[in-house]
Design a protein around this ligand. Sequence first.
Ligand SMILES: *Cc1c(COP(=O)(O)O)cnc(C)c1O
Length: 483
Amino acid sequence: MNYISTRGAGFGAHYSFSNILLGGLAKDGGLYLPEQYPQVSDSELSHWRTMSYADLAFEIFSKFCDDISVDNLRALIRKTYRADVYANVRDGSNAQRITPLKMLGIEGGAPLALLELSNGPTLAFKDIAMQLLGNLFEYSLMRCGQQLNILGATSGDTGSAAEYAMRGKQGVRVFMLSPYRKMSVFQTAQMFCMQDPNIFNIAIEGVFDNCQDIIKTISNDHAFKTRYQIGTVNSINWARIVAQIVYYFRGYFDATQDNNQRVSFAVPSGNFGNACAGHIARMMGLPINKLVVATNENNVLDEFFRTGNYRVRSAAETYHTSSPSMDISKASNFERFVFDLLGRDPTRVSQLFRDIEDRGEFDLVASGDFIRVREFGFVSGHSTHADRIATIRDIYRRYRVIVDTHTADGIKVAREHLELNVPIIVLETAQPIKFGDTIREALDRDPPRPPNFDDLEVLPQRFTVLPADVERVKDFIRSQSDV
Ligand SMILES: *Cc1c(COP(=O)(O)O)cnc(C)c1O
């Protein structure tokens, strides 16, 4: 499998899965994609239906990765997708299934279900891809005798998912910046209670934007980056996307009896990583009817899928909402879909994303491309805080199930796209305990707490407070690295 960039570099050159594993953007600023999407036949679908999650993941990765031996790849995947890693299941769900499907009921003639993606160690769907990334990184660094210092900024889910995936991994250190005293008590405790010597929590005296600015400055310092082997694990990482393709297949199999049935998915979206994985599953031949993109008030993607205009937002126009993991100003994986929508024309993709840098927007209506969005199954919608509260209440009243704010977003928008007899699966992206304040506002009660988290907030914490100063952060990284 050969990889190319959405902006054209690499056509003719050979980038393999392992070549792009540790990287972020392609050198030309584009995103990596396979030269063609592998196709899945009807008989493969039938065969995969009854497989365990790990074996299904192996089959799918095998189609995208041909430079890790079969035995090693299988071992890495089996080590990742184990029931004891996805043990934070709720009422009657089965941890063996890794991503259990929970039927809610029939609404508007459509079976409505939740795909539980949040039973991993940090209670958010990012674990599913990040846990595998931890194992792939360790394997690949050992293979080439390298070290990696992962540098990131977080205001919640991403940071803890990365830390739990990389804890104790050979050759990897994590330096995670977060705004000091600005995250929820639960999320702070989740990160800061980690005592692993390769995990460094850096609490920055400032806001999330200060953290991101520090990361940007260090990323532009190529000498420092090379010397200290700085890398990232952000949502554009290709292996993360492949890991997310797997649960679309799993969800499809669990919602259908045979391959003639079609299923829709509703995806709470921010950076479009999760939705992009659904798009690729559909391109591979999974019988997906619609991909419903659900955003919150930060509706960059909803606006595009309704109007054909893609307009990134300024910091002032990016809102802090009660579904904070979807508070984005631009959708960093969106370029991958645009590449496919434009018939994989890298020249046009490059031009459009130059327009984004110059003018902050582009429009695909006049060029006639936007009409084709429907061929790819995409529709969209968005929710407000009031919608999420109403949805959390309604789902609890009807089904006695408590959903988090991001999942509520997905359900609200899924309900606007119901079709008779077509099952619709909402991806459940986090457990409600992570957003306790909003759950109390909606239901006047505490969300259920998984048993492993009983005394999370009173565990000893390990973190370093630093001012919002790039040099101080660099000094800290230097002092903790062997070079
Ligand atoms: C990251 C995240 C999202 C958004 O996912 P994208 O892949 O960025 O679109 C939605 N919900 C939760 C809980 C998340 O952590």
